[in-house]
Design a protein around this ligand. Structure first.
Ligand SMILES: [Ca+2]
Ligand SMILES: [Ca+2]
Length: 502
């Protein structure tokens, strides 16, 4: 009797530990790097084990559990039972409350990116975190073999949960003529990196194979930039060319939690340290130097601070995108620590607050569970901290989530009322199950202020995604795509690409 009670208690504690460990998601606090308990997580084995990277048990710096985990998120009180009728195509342009998801392709492990090749072929390139880029042809078929396979250049990923991997793809604006494209992946820690650190983030250029537009030339790799990471989480990882022709790179604060510990500036954290490359949006000129040039108007050119830095004060800016229309603003999601998730419009030289602020509240790395009562309004150089345009909490009665997944400004025509809105989501509203969310943010023309709402999914019987949201993308026509998977980590073959439809 006592033994079975104890066994029950132990298994309960183990389950709780597992949930906390894997639910850290794309960088939320309990964003624990994988621990030795992970291999015992009840993740169903992959139906396609051959595509799975072998877990390497790479030692990651253990980070302390947050002293206080946020209360279990409360589900939306708003009814999500009956699906809304499809919006008539001639409806007035009012923002929708629901959107449909049309399955476009499936069989991915963890689809974390989608980009159209800028060459008029109508192909969509899907980034799978496990190290593959796959092509969805103009006729909708998923091509095999992959366009690119960088598995053998990457760290081995932990199938149950891992934030490392192949995380970004950007086509050179002149891709149609020059066949150049860029990727971001997590490589084993390079020689010469600080001992005991976790991995090295690599930004590389590749070229398409001459004569085969559906195959990258694996021998064409040119490493552009390498950034050593103390911990395995907070890689951010999306890269994109701006309207200025420069390459923008999102890179997290180094990982762990609270922007403290090994590899983090002990005085101010990496987010506020402008002399390193972590916790930033970087901007490079990949056409003007070897291995790259620095745009002349990068904010720290000729001043203290790294020349590559375009904006800073970010924790884990996992997804970034430029608006295809309007003023071509740069939207950046930044995953929060213990309390809040946020979306920012990023401008040159901007300081987005981390670790002085978490979203619009002040943050104390020594007491992350509650907002700090006060803090400075400007940084050491006199720059104001720029608050997010949108934020939402980890718990409460309204919109909740555990890790924001940045999206895009909708510029398509299929979903009436979504034009100009910022479409994004959350990994999962609950840490212990696949409950990703889809959001829409709109800016008031009168006040310029943003508000957000949750979109029901009218193609789902219960109006919910019922998967872990992974990423978003957009095709050349501005139509939107949502990427999700049923497994919390980079394993299995449940990853799907959906197109947003009425
Ligand atoms: Ca920094
Ligand atoms: Ca911020």
């Amino acid at each position: 009797m006592r033994n079975s009670k104890r066994a029950l208690l132990l298994s309960g504690l183990l389950l709780l530990a597992i949930i906390v460990a894997i639910a850290g998601c794309i960088s939320v606090t309990p964003t624990l790097p994988p621990t030795p308990t992970l291999p015992t997580t009840p993740i169903p084995p992959s139906p396609t084990p051959t595509v799975l990277p072998t877990p390497t048990g790479i030692p990651v710096t253990p980070t302390a559990l947050p002293t206080s985990t946020a209360a279990p998120p409360t589900l939306q009180p708003t009814s999500t039972s009956a699906p809304l009728p499809p919006t008539p195509t001639n409806a007035p342009l009012t923002p929708p409350d629901a959107v449909g998801l049309k399955l476009v392709a499936q069989g991915f492990a963890s689809p974390v990116g989608l980009a159209p090749s800028p060459d008029g072929t109508g192909r969509l390139f899907v980034v799978d975190q496990i190290g593959l880029i796959r092509i969805i042809a103009a006729d909708g078929s998923l091509l095999d073999p992959p366009f690119l396979d960088v598995k053998n250049k990457m760290v081995g990923l932990v199938p149950a949960y891992d934030e490392r991997g192949l995380l970004g793809l950007a086509f050179h604006p002149g891709f149609k003529q020059n066949g150049r494209f860029f990727v971001y992946y997590s490589a084993p820690l390079r020689a010469g990196a600080p001992q005991g650190w976790n991995c090295t983030s690599v930004i590389s250029e590749f070229k398409v194979t001459a004569g085969d537009p559906n195959k990258a030339d694996p021998a064409s790799e040119r490493i552009v930039l390498q950034i050593d990471k103390p911990q395995g989480n907070h890689n951010a990882g999306q890269i994109t060319f701006g309207p200025d022709g420069f390459l923008y790179i999102a890179i997290g604060d180094g990982g762990g939690a609270n922007d403290v510990g090994v590899g983090h500036n002990p005085a101010i954290g990496n987010g506020q340290d402008i002399t390193d490359l972590l916790g930033n949006i970087l901007r490079l000129d990949v056409d003007g130097g070897t291995p790259y040039g620095i745009p002349a108007d990068n904010p720290f050119v000729g001043k203290p601070g790294s020349d590559e830095v375009y904006a800073f004060g970010l924790r884990n800016p996992y997804r970034i995108s430029f608006d295809m229309g309007g003023a071509h603003e740069l939207f950046v999601s930044d995953a929060g620590q213990a309390l809040l998730e946020e979306v920012n419009i990023v401008t040159r030289g901007g300081n987005y607050g981390w670790r002085v602020k978490e979203a619009s509240t002040f943050f104390d790395p020594g007491n992350p569970a509650v907002p700090a009562p006060t803090g400075p309004s400007v940084d050491a150089a006199g720059n104001p901290f720029i608050d997010p345009i949108l934020e939402y909490p980890h718990s409460g009665t309204g919109i909740v989530g555990v890790a924001v997944i940045g999206g895009f400004v909708y510029r398509g025509t299929q979903v009436p009322g979504m034009q100009g809105a910022y479409v994004f989501g959350d990994y999962s509203a609950r840490r212990d199950q696949a409950d990703g969310r889809l959001f829409m943010g709109t800016r008031s023309a009168a006040t310029g202020k943003w508000t957000m709402k949750e979109l029901r999914i009218n193609t789902s019987p219960d109006g919910k995604l019922n998967s872990f949201m992974r990423s978003f993308g957009q095709d050349s026509a501005g139509e939107g795509y949502a990427l999700a998977a049923d497994a919390p980590g980079p394993s299995g073959a449940t990853g799907k690409v959906f197109k947003l439809v009425p």
